[in-house]
Design a protein. Structure first.
Length: 278
């Protein structure tokens, strides 16, 4: 939890925050190395993103991919509930509504609760790029999935207080370049993620109040025993062969992973209680 500078927001108007989560898209244009697959689910996914992550709890993935490929036409299973122009445009549609609302309400900041890049975060090994650096893949994905989408009147330049979701760690592993998302804080004028958890102090001097915003990592909920549910478990043995993120402060192995995230949560609870008593 690194200390970061306080924010000072002047003005006498109502102060609005926006909140968003599970917003990330795919970008199959990038060609990862080190065993990471290109993030292509359907036709056109090889182009620069964002592309929507095809996922539905009540639909077999192959059926839903067919709906994306056929644009809801012949072969698309009605039970998948696919709607052309909505399901294949979800991130952009939400962003457009955010822009519309932002032009009216002028949010002072955005609370981003994670799952920023699907389906498995930034597709590089944790620790690939030094924290002071920015790889081509990370920079490209931040541009196509974040910077180019959430902009315009009311959103441009507004800070995004951000945390990592399970998909940012890897979805079913912990070895993706989640550290690159932390590092991007020092390559952006609005992305704020100086650690896996942190507190942002915000002063509103003209209205004589302040807010402490606690951004926490709750991924212990997806850090199951390594033998459990390999497709919904960031600590699974099945998808973490040889994984080691210790040099960037992460788990050293799948065997270490569950306890790592439990301790991370326990540390945060103690830290929040200590901060609140100051």
């Amino acid at each position: 939890a690194l200390p970061i500078s306080q924010m000072v927001i002047p003005g006498h108007e109502p102060m609005h925050f926006f909140a968003i989560g599970d917003w990330g898209g795919l970008d199959g244009f990038v060609v990862p190395q080190n065993g990471f697959a290109r993030m292509i689910q359907y036709t056109g996914g090889e182009q620069p993103g964002p592309h929507i992550f095809a996922s539905g709890r009540d639909c077999v993935l192959a059926d839903l991919v067919l709906c994306f490929n056929n644009h809801g036409g012949p072969g698309c299973v009605p039970g998948c509930g696919y709607t052309e122009g909505v399901d294949n445009m979800a991130q952009v549609l939400v962003a457009e509504q955010m822009k519309r609302r932002a032009s009216e309400k002028d949010p002072k900041l955005v609370l981003n609760v994670g799952d920023n890049f699907y389906w498995g975060g930034i597709p590089e090994r944790c620790g690939t790029t030094p924290m002071e650096g920015l790889s081509y893949i990370a920079g490209h994905m931040f541009n196509t999935i974040f910077n180019n989408i959430y902009n315009g009147e009311g959103l441009a330049g507004k800070p995004w207080l951000s945390v990592l979701g399970n998909h940012d760690y890897g979805g079913r592993s912990f070895k993706s370049a989640w550290d690159a998302q932390i590092a991007y804080t020092w390559h952006s004028d609005r992305w704020v993620m100086p650690g896996q958890y942190f507190m942002q102090h915000v002063e509103f001097p003209d209205q004589n109040f302040s807010v402490d915003v606690y951004m926490l990592d709750s991924n212990k909920e997806d850090a199951l025993s390594p033998e459990a549910d390999p497709n919904h478990n960031i600590c699974s043995f099945a998808h973490n062969p040889g994984a080691d993120c210790a040099k960037v402060g992460g788990p050293s192995s799948a065997a270490d992973c569950t306890n790592y995230f439990l301790k991370l949560w326990q540390d945060q609870v103690a830290w929040v209680e200590a901060k609140r008593s100051e």
